[in-house]
Design a protein around this ligand. Structure first.
Ligand code: SF4
Length: 336
């Protein structure tokens, strides 16, 4: 029986970048192909989003992928699913025209200077970049059911670039989506600024906000080397407060990450301090490990055994401590 392929994000994902729409922000396994992951130009309310064109492009790629013609920017991606041409489930809704996953990536503004940041690279490469007001676009998408909560009640929005909680309209965006019945949010934040709105959502039973904070250190000294700001204590305080808010209904909605960066934080001692801090002092119930991407790409994916051992060590400790655990992108594709 023949095999077919799909990706839920190719079908219904929209990464809103500062100058264009993309299908997702996940083509990191093939960074050279990042620029091919492109749908149409869009640089703010002065442009009219051509949704017919968006869905025409998506439909063509989805049909091609179903038949085994994988777009170059998707090749090797762990999100590609395989199914049998004769199976009962044919995923025909992949050809339906709606968005159910938005990554918000129109702003690079941040209050940290992480040495691994993509946004920083983007700023260097695109010096004309200017943030724009994303609010009108969201209103249009919700009013016209482009973002369609009827067809996809599990739809979610993800703040995926820059530091989201310093966006002027961060709270307004959450409120707008909530007004239309949105139940799922994801927030990638550095944790330096506390968001009362996020803490409020964490406390709600029927709504979920998945918060990920990359701490990358167990000590203030190493934190400063990674983030280039002296805010370790503030971040720890905010993690503890979020963990408390999440405790009743969504204890694993707060994830704290350790991105291993060779020569900066790649020691068992530092990882032990991070584990001790997160588990025993801050009350975190979900930990994540990854490898620094730019280093990984420079290495052509050749990861030394000691880094793999550190990743396995984090996983083992989480198992022992009965803490939820996940490998993210680079660590995930190593299949440890
Ligand atoms: S297969 Fe991967 S790269 Fe392609 S659209 Fe899906 S998530 Fe993005």
């Amino acid at each position: 029986m023949g095999k077919m392929y799909r990706c839920r994000y190719l079908a219904h994902g929209l990464y809103i970048h500062y100058d264009c729409f993309r299908h997702c922000h996940l083509s990191i396994h093939s960074p050279k192909e990042r620029n091919n992951n492109y749908i149409i130009p869009y640089a703010g309310p002065k442009d009219k989003a051509d949704w017919n064109k968006v869905f025409e492009i998506k439909n063509t790629l989805v049909k091609n992928m179903r038949n085994g013609d994988i777009p170059p920017f998707c090749q090797g991606c762990h999100w590609i699913e395989e199914f049998d041409e004769n199976s009962e489930e044919q995923f025909l809704s992949d050809l339906d025209n709606y968005i159910d996953m938005i990554w918000i990536g129109h702003s690079n503004e941040c209050n940290a200077n992480c040495i691994y940041c993509f946004s920083y690279q983007e700023i260097l490469e695109h010096r004309t970049y200017k943030p724009y007001d994303i609010f009108p676009l969201f209103k249009e998408m919700l009013n016209n059911k482009i973002y369609n909560l009827e067809k996809a009640p599990g739809a979610h929005i993800s703040f995926a670039m820059g530091e989201p909680v310093i966006l002027k309209k961060f709270d307004d965006i959450i409120k707008l989506f909530a007004k239309y019945g949105n139940k799922h949010y994801a927030l990638y934040t550095n944790g330096i600024k506390y968001s009362k709105m996020s803490a409020k959502v964490l406390k709600e039973k029927d709504v979920d906000i998945h918060i990920v904070i990359s701490l990358d250190a167990g000590t203030r000294e190493v934190f400063k080397k990674v983030k280039k700001v002296d805010k370790f204590n503030d971040v720890c305080k905010n993690i503890k407060a979020y963990a408390k808010s999440a405790a009743k209904y969504h204890p694993t909605s707060l994830g704290v990450k350790y991105i291993i960066i060779p020569n900066i934080n790649d020691t068992k001692e530092e990882i032990d301090k991070w584990l001790e801090l997160c588990i025993n002092k801050l009350g975190v119930k979900y930990l994540i490990a990854d490898i620094e991407e730019k280093w990984f790409v420079r290495q052509n994916g050749e990861v030394p055994e000691y880094v793999k051992d550190l990743l396995r060590y984090i996983r083992n400790r989480c198992e022992q401590e009965k803490i939820a655990f996940e490998f993210y992108d680079r660590a995930l594709v190593l299949n440890l």
